[in-house]
Ligand binder design. Structure first.
Ligand code: RP5
Length: 168
């Protein structure tokens, strides 16, 4: 049987869900099968290790991990797997997400984590799609179509602006 693209999305807390939702919507739009779990590098460290260790044999292609504050989850998952890990720094209430961003992006040599913008969960999904596009031609084609639609939408906005300015 042919394998289909599959992503596991892990978030440090259920409080991260409102941001992670954007990522799930994009994965759905690209018809990528996604499993979502709450799992913390600090509160449930054994579960985090198990998820990452088993991700490859469970058929996942990419891991997306969202975390806030001292956001060690993406790095810890990356330590236990050879799959690409994409980190989403969650904007925390006290330091505006800079804490999360630095915790995720400043990985030591040998254990990379691809880091998107603070709360950039849609880009995490798009990057996962682009990575998987190397193995799944249908995803690469969908990405081409996505970019065409995005450009059309910008052109449309420009046309609308020009019309509005004409009337001023
Ligand atoms: C992190 O701490 C989570 O990823 C979350 O962003 C933050 C706060 O978690 P809660 O206290 O809301 O569960 O581990």
């Amino acid at each position: 049987m042919l394998k289909s693209p599959k992503v596991i999305v892990v978030m440090g807390s259920d409080s991260d869900y409102p941001v992670v939702e954007g990522c799930l919507k994009i994965l759905k739009e690209f018809q990528v099968d996604a499993q979502v779990h709450v799992c913390s590098a600090h509160r449930t460290p054994e579960k985090a290790a198990e998820i990452a260790k088993n991700a490859e044999k469970n058929g996942f292609d990419v891991i997306i991990a969202a975390a806030g504050k001292a956001a060690h989850l993406p790095g810890v998952l990356a330590a236990y797997t050879v799959l690409p890990v994409i980190g989403i720094p969650i904007k925390s209430s006290t330091l505006d997400g800079l804490d999360s961003l630095l915790s995720i992006v400043q990985m030591p040599n040998g254990i990379p984590v691809a880091t998107v913008a603070v709360n950039g969960s849609e880009n995490a999904a798009l990057l996962a799609v682009q990575i998987m596009g190397c193995a799944y031609p249908e995803l690469r084609e969908k990405m081409h179509q996505y970019k065409i639609r995005m450009a059309e939408s910008v052109e449309n906005k420009d046309r609308q602006l020009q019309e509005k300015l004409k009337g001023m």
